[in-house]
Ligand binder design. Sequence first.
Ligand code: SAM
Length: 235
Amino acid sequence: MNGGHGRNSYANNSSLQRNVIDRSKTMIDEAIANHLDIQICPPSSSNTFRIADFGCSVGPNTFIAMENIIEAIDLKYRKSGSTPEFHVYFSDHTSNDFNTLFAYLPPGKAYFAAGVPGSFHTRLFPKGTLHVAHSSTSLHWLSRVPKEVLDTNSPAYNKGRILYTNAAHQVFEAYSAQFGKDIQAFLHARAEEIVCGGLMVLNVPAIRDQTPPSEFQTETFSIFWDLVSWTWPRR
Ligand SMILES: C[S@@+](CC[C@H](N)C(=O)[O-])C[C@H]1O[C@@H](n2cnc3c(N)ncnc32)[C@H](O)[C@@H]1O
């Protein structure tokens, strides 16, 4: 993503992604209240909750998402009589602008911060260390263009295009298979890293199962306009 804090930076052009985070807050509150099992899984002898944001990018969104999670855990945990501490790991590709990210950490933040560079399709944390794994509008990024799509001899060859709307069914199948491999790699890695009783919060842009490939673009735009119309009055 575009780093820095300029006019064209991700930090200043990510209000749609911000809406996704805002809209998921109530679900996160409920999930933490009802499913984060601190009885099975006390944070640790030092009372520290460890939360990671996978695909954090730069800008306010990741801070807002982490604060929402912390607030919900704090509310639940304080009822049991002790004061938790929080360690937040901001994770993204090594090329992410971590300098800008850290320069804009909220001054009064109620957590310790760390950066974790690397692909979320691989292991990034030791076994059984994370209490909450979060990722928002990032998991649709594929690790690579499927090789068949670039192979001129393959029925899935996409003639250099990056869209598969109106493309041969094999092109859609190739992208779909790549997403299958990538999400499996993500889930395998997180399965090792998350403590028992921990939680995963994933916001993934999607289209309905029954949508035919010819309507992918229309459906994607309708989700996009839904978010824009939700954003507009609030700006
Ligand atoms: C659209 S941004 C979302 C940023 C932030 N979560 C938000 O809600 O505003 C997607 C981010 O995912 C990151 N990303 C994509 N693939 C990744 C991977 N394999 N490993 C780590 N980060 C990845 C990108 O670098 C980018 O910063």
